[in-house]
Design a protein around this ligand. Structure first.
Ligand SMILES: CC(C)(COP(=O)(O)OP(=O)(O)OC[C@H]1O[C@@H](n2cnc3c(N)ncnc32)[C@H](O)[C@@H]1OP(=O)(O)O)[C@@H](O)C(=O)NCCC(=O)NCCS
Length: 183
């Protein structure tokens, strides 16, 4: 069972999702600028009811995931606003590699929140004994690739092995965390 952290950074708290987050999560997952880069099922989040169903499914799945996999909300400390989400999941089809994923509501982009929150989650994952984490991004997803690099992730190549389309692959190991830039 995943022991879910509540991680606090200078500006952010990474915590478990609750179904009462549905209205606040919709500007993240219902935004076309976000959903276009995510898996097809996330493109169907059009309203609060659909968002609540998605959150319910995540919450129910969480205890049965292979640690440290999970999904978490990112809340801003200064006003308690939900600014986005983070995920750690086993990449299909082989389920050997853990993927770190980030999603922020578009009006929260440009503040370093994805980098700051990811750094805390990555540290926590390494403390659980994971030796490396991956991020995958479509070649045109420049914001995602910039976040990966900012975090100190190393570009390892392109592959179609995970989701069947061409993706840039980044990897981070414990020693890489030190190389990341501020945030
Ligand atoms: C990917 C995504 C999370 C990146 O958001 P972001 O805000 O650009 O990410 P970061 O946290 O790395 O922030 C970096 C930006 O904040 C700025 N910034 C401001 N303060 C900062 C700080 N303290 N630390 C770091 N960066 C800071 C940086 O200069 C940079 O701005 P720029 O993009 O204008 O150059 C966001 O675009 C998103 O949700 N995209 C859709 C979903 C998605 O593609 N997810 C990944 C799927 S593979």
């Amino acid at each position: 069972m995943t022991s879910t952290p509540e991680l606090r950074t200078e500006r952010l708290t990474i915590r478990e999702w609750d179904t009462s987050d549905a209205a606040a999560a919709l500007p993240v997952y219902g935004a076309e600028e976000v959903a276009r880069w995510l898996t097809p099922e996330m493109r169907a989040v059009h309203d609060v009811a659909a968002m609540r169903s998605v959150l319910q499914a995540w919450i129910e799945a969480q205890p049965n995931l292979v640690p440290p996999a999970g999904r978490w909300a990112i809340e801003r400390n200064e006003d308690g606003r939900l600014v986005g989400g983070l995920s750690l999941r086993l990449l299909p089809p082989y389920e050997e590699d853990f993927e770190l994923g980030w999603q922020l509501r578009p009006d929260a982009w440009g503040n370093g929140y994805a980098t700051e929150a990811s750094r805390a989650l990555v540290r926590w994952a390494f403390d659980q004994g994971v030796e490396e984490l991956f991020a995958v991004a479509r070649p045109k997803n420049e914001r995602a690739t910039a976040t990966a690099r900012r975090l100190g992730m190393e570009w390892v190549g392109e592959t179609e092995k995970y989701y069947g389309h061409r993706l840039q692959v980044f990897r981070i190991r414990p020693s890489d965390l030190k190389r990341g830039t501020a945030g």
